[in-house]
Design a protein around this ligand. Structure first.
Ligand code: HEM
Ligand SMILES: *[C@@H]1O[C@H](CO)[C@@H](O)[C@H](O)[C@H]1NC(C)=O
Length: 324
């Protein structure tokens, strides 16, 4: 029967297409068969590291941004400089990044369980997911199946990661180009509710005279922390916006922006730009709503053009591409 044959063909083709695309897409619990304990092992290590060095969780959140916004979530950030090829970690944009050595701790635990199976890119994603939860943030249901880059993208880092003093327009267009909407971008910057800033990134707002958009008392406080316009980059550290809860991902970030206590210029501008300020106000008033948007934004960031299928590789050591 022609119609039955026709129907059968259509069905067969759609099943094949579906199988093919599923193979090339991220999915929930991608390692269910190949390494069923992968997500548990990673979570256990993230919790253990958090209990020993709380700021590791903060690093996992920043790693997700610096890895995923540079071309793809492909663990290119984790490659170390070798044979004259420089790491993305050498970029000025990576200033202040820390705890890379503990990524190797997580990877080693995963390799012991399932050798050469779980990508470093998925470790970047899952450690960020679990780190966010350790920091009191929302759980983002992250898919897995990313594969690892076989080269550094240092040459495009400065172009793809915004600077601390970039305009709101350039920050928005950067994140829009990877599919985030304005509200999600404002939510994503809420990651700056945790962690620290070095004086190097603040002195422009303090000297020769304080940025008038800064609360004057807060400017005085910051000058106390950063007493000279040319700080030794290694010296004074900074807790972020949120001096009350510096280790919790919450909406104090937005409350501080509304009271002119944003730390970086990119932070403070969110409160004055008409495109972003409505969301700053919304998040400042509702932590649960902020958490929902933050989780959505983190998911989108984590799915930026992953390598899948036959692309890239599964690195054995996150610091170096495989030698064979
Ligand atoms: C316009 C975009 C962004 C700019 C210009 C920016 C810039 C910066 C700068 C300058 C620092 C301080 C570095 C230091 O002095 O030590 C920092 C820290 C941090 N950023 Fe961002 N950032 C941006 C977006 C994001 C996003 C989207 C995330 C994560 C979702 C993120 C997570 C973090 C975290 C967690 C820290 C604290 C790191 C630590 O204490 O070790 N940032 N960022
Ligand atoms: C932004 O900051 C960098 C140093 O981090 C500085 O070289 C640059 O001139 C600043 N740009 C603007 C527009 O102020």
């Amino acid at each position: 029967m022609p119609t039955t044959t026709h129907l059968f063909l259509v069905l067969a083709i759609s099943v094949l297409l579906h199988a093919y695309s599923a193979k090339c897409e991220l999915q929930l619990n991608y390692y269910a068969k190949s390494c069923p304990d992968a997500e548990d092992v990673i979570k256990k290590e993230v919790v253990k590291l958090y209990n020993e060095h709380g700021n590791t969780a903060v690093s996992w959140v920043r790693n997700l941004f610096h890895d995923c916004v540079v071309q793809s979530c492909d663990a290119s950030l984790l490659l170390e400089s070798i044979n004259g090829v420089q790491s993305e970690q050498e970029s000025d944009r990576s200033f202040g990044m820390r705890n890379f050595k503990y990524v190797n701790t997580i990877k080693a635990a995963v390799e012991r369980r399932c050798p050469s199976t779980v990508s470093c890119a998925d470790i970047v994603a899952l450690s960020a997911r679990d780190g966010i939860v350790m920091l009191g943030g929302p759980r983002a249901e992250m898919k897995t199946g990313r594969r690892d880059a076989t080269e550094s993208h240092l040459n495009v880092v400065d172009e793809l990661i915004p600077n601390h003093n970039d305009s709101t327009s350039s920050v928005l267009s950067r994140f829009q180009s990877i599919g985030l909407e304005t509200e999600e971008i404002v939510a994503l910057l809420g990651a700056h509710s945790v962690g620290r800033v070095h004086c190097k990134n603040l002195v422009q707002r303090l000297y020769p005279s304080a940025d008038p958009t800064l609360d004057p008392d807060y400017a005085e406080y910051l000058k106390g922390r950063c007493p000279t316009p040319n700080p030794d980059p290694a010296e004074v550290l900074y807790s972020r916006n949120d001096r009350e809860t510096p280790m919790i991902i919450d909406n104090y970030y937005y409350k501080n922006l509304l009271s002119h206590k944003g730390l970086l210029l990119v932070d403070q501008q969110l409160a004055s730009d008409p495109r972003t300020s409505p969301y700053v106000q919304k998040f400042a008033g509702d932590n649960g709503y902020f958490h929902d948007q933050f989780a959505r934004a983190v998911l989108k960031l984590s799915e930026n053009s992953p390598l899948t299928g036959d692309q890239g590789e599964i690195r054995k050591d996150c610091r170096f591409v495989n030698s064979d």
